[in-house]
Design a protein around this ligand. Structure first.
Ligand code: FES
Length: 414
């Protein structure tokens, strides 16, 4: 099969002419024949002035390109849609599948032997995983990483667990105009994704558990130097994948890896949206997410990561405590350690290299969980005949049983 620049030639009815023309045009960018004869690693650029969560993407791309070239391959950066939660009208969910289609089709349409997708804000990693599975080209995922925490009057702030809480205090008259203005400048103190266990953090952890990103890549804070060294290492891995033509997502993703992702989602106190996205991701593969099996897992898997909103800490604390590899080590036989990763290692090797951090309290042991049962449960009833998901680990006990009138609105969106 053709590779590099010879892949997927434009249809001019003459393959030789198609390649001649392609090379003639790309040479306008100043590339040499040596550069153009290398295996190609495509790199998605999801930077946007509307997306502060992806504010470090240009620096990540530079590091990735360095890694690709140090390993003898050729990086090609191309743009895709970028979606930021607070800039999508009326809601970002409408755009996830559009981003999946955009990413998938541009991976298919352009010549590349491997691809690196860079994302993080809530809908972006799900869209990119869906695209990668459908395109089934060797893929490395790089999460952009979480923001560092904010501080206000001696309190640690987390976007966005504290956004609504403090806005509620303002509306109740408990804090005044000048204080809410100060809070507004402190809730998101750096680029990167929300640093609580929201959808972005959940999807980054799931991606790492699936074996589609480098160990520790879910949790490294977005502005840290380590984030860019990890990006360089991701570039090196992608270059090797471009040379060897594998492994592809279809060779990494198995029932065991999807089960591992669900175990990790329960143990981190993951977002309910994470289950919605993981279902859509699995639907791009031969494997499916079974709600009853997920509910059963929730009764067996304790919440071990002490992060807001289920617990107290933030993503940077999870990272400094050992990140997803340490969590999987603590989960022991709940994780299938024979599952493969993009580096060629199994999770057994990843877990064996997990850092032991004396005195850390962000990743608990199974003997001392923050909740003895998992984060999420599946509910059934006449309000949700096909099932609904609740994040019970973040709910106060009074929310778990409620009697009241159900109001159904027939008003449609205008
Ligand atoms: Fe982008 Fe929270 S708004 S991750």
């Amino acid at each position: 099969m053709a590779d590099g620049l010879r892949k997927g030639l434009t249809s001019y009815g003459d393959a030789g002419f198609s390649l001649f023309l392609r090379k003639a045009f790309i040479k306008a960018m100043g590339y040499s024949d040596d550069a153009l004869n290398r295996p190609i690693v495509g790199i998605t650029n999801t930077y946007s002035d509307y997306n502060p969560c992806h504010g470090n993407v240009p620096q990540i791309i530079e590091a990735v390109k360095r890694g690709v070239m140090l390993s003898g391959a050729m990086p090609f950066v191309f743009p895709t849609i970028s979606i930021a939660e607070s800039f999508a009208h009326p809601t970002s969910m409408y755009l996830r599948n559009l981003m999946a289609m955009d990413t998938e089709e541009m991976i298919r349409a352009q010549p590349m032997d491997a691809v690196i997708v860079i994302g993080g804000c809530d809908k972006t990693l799900p869209a990119q995983l869906m695209a990668a599975i459908s395109a089934d080209l060797p893929t490395v995922v790089i999460p952009v990483g979480p923001m560092v925490v904010g501080h206000h009057k001696g309190e640690v702030l987390g976007a966005c667990t504290d956004c609504r809480r403090l806005w509620g205090k303002y509306r109740a008259g408990e804090i005044d105009d000048s204080e809410i203005e100060a809070v507004n400048g402190r809730l998101a103190p750096s680029v990167g994704t929300c640093m609580v266990m929201g959808t972005a953090s959940t999807m980054a952890c799931i991606t790492e558990a699936l074996g589609l990103s480098l160990p520790m890549s879910a949790t490294i804070p977005a502005p840290h130097a380590e984030r860019f060294r990890s990006a360089e290492a991701s570039g090196r891995v992608a270059a090797e994948m471009a040379k060897t033509k594998g492994p592809k997502p279809s060779e990494i993703l198995t029932p065991a890896s999807f089960r591992n992702a669900q175990v990790v989602m329960q143990a981190i106190g993951g977002s309910t949206n994470g289950l919605i996205h993981l279902t859509a991701i699995a639907n791009r593969s031969p494997h499916k997410i079974d709600l009853e099996a997920f509910d059963k897992l929730g009764r067996e898997v304790p919440v071990l990561v002490d992060l807001k909103p289920s617990g107290e800490h933030y993503m940077e604390h999870f990272h400094h405590a050992g990140g997803v590899p340490k969590l999987m080590a603590q989960l022991g036989d709940l994780i299938d350690l024979d599952a493969r990763t993009i580096t060629g290692q199994t999770l057994r090797e990843v877990v064996a290299n997990a850092e032991d951090v004396p005195g850390q309290d962000a990743i608990r042991s199974k003997a001392n969980p923050i909740k003895s049962e998992g984060a999420m449960a599946i509910l059934h009833g006449n309000l949700a005949p096909r099932g609904a998901v609740i994040k019970q680990s973040a709910a106060s006990p009074k929310l778990l049983q409620h009697t009241g009138r159900a109001w159904c609105s027939s008003r449609s969106r205008t």
